[in-house]
Write a protein that binds this ligand. Structure first.
Ligand code: CDP
Length: 211
């Protein structure tokens, strides 16, 4: 069997990563991995357990001890906590407000990196997040950075019905020490303001097939 292919997609909040990654994975028959959902699941777990998310040592301890494991459900991979995937809960305003605190803890990033890299056990991947092109799979030739104007991204999030100021989270994600969001050399930057997801996905698929 040939080696798994990894399509790595990074970008700021509401830049179209999830929508496009799902379309691309379905079209190519690859497994879809939403790494943001993994950080959100830990943030949800922290809120559930009353952990202070701004206390890095407490978050590290929580991460060391939590009963979470990677599970493939259909064509996607998630983290389940005690056999439960909090699919709806992780999209709440409460989780969105704290997730970037949890995500800046170095131990958490190492923990996630190990699991995310191990996802190739499930086959070829479309993996989206903030550090997939820079840190998780920097050697893949299929690297993409999605972007859209701040106005378009905020409008998309408002349309989701989730109250959130994206700018604060984006700022934390781009300026943290551990694996910040950035555009790496070799990544194709696609600004998709004013473009339908099908068009963006078709561009990415064409580039992957052509390379
Ligand atoms: O849905 P949205 O694009 O707003 O965010 P997400 O992909 O669900 O990611 C939620 C948060 O998890 C981000 O704001 C980051 O703080 C963190 N994250 C990260 O640090 N590294 C990743 N690879 C993915 C997400």
């Amino acid at each position: 069997m040939s080696d798994p292919i990894v399509i790595a997609i990074d970008g700021p909040s509401a830049s179209g990563k999830s929508t496009n990654s799902k379309i691309i994975a379905a079209e190519l028959g690859f497994v879809y991995v939403d790494t943001g959902a993994m950080y959100r699941t830990l943030a949800w777990h922290a809120l559930q357990s009353g952990t202070n998310v701004e206390d890095a040592a407490a978050v590290e301890k929580l991460c060391r001890d939590w009963p979470a494991e990677l599970v493939r459900r259909g064509d996607s991979v998630w983290l389940e906590v005690d056999g439960y995937f909090p699919e709806e809960e992780i999209r709440s305003s409460e989780v969105s407000a704290v997730v970037s605190h949890v995500a800046q803890v170095p131990f958490v990033r190492d923990w996630m990196k190990e699991r995310q890299r191990s996802c190739v056990q499930f086959g070829s991947l479309v993996m989206e997040g903030r550090d997939i092109t820079s840190n998780i799979f920097p050697d893949t030739p299929h690297k993409f950075y999605l972007d859209a104007s701040a106005q378009v991204r905020q409008a998309r999030r408002d349309a989701d019905g989730v109250e959130e100021n994206l700018a604060a989270r984006d700022q934390r994600d781009s300026t943290r020490k551990a694996a910040p969001l950035k555009k790496v050399d070799g990544a194709t930057v696609i600004n998709n303001s004013g473009e339908a997801p099908e068009e963006t996905s078709a561009r990415i698929i064409a580039l992957v097939r052509g390379s």
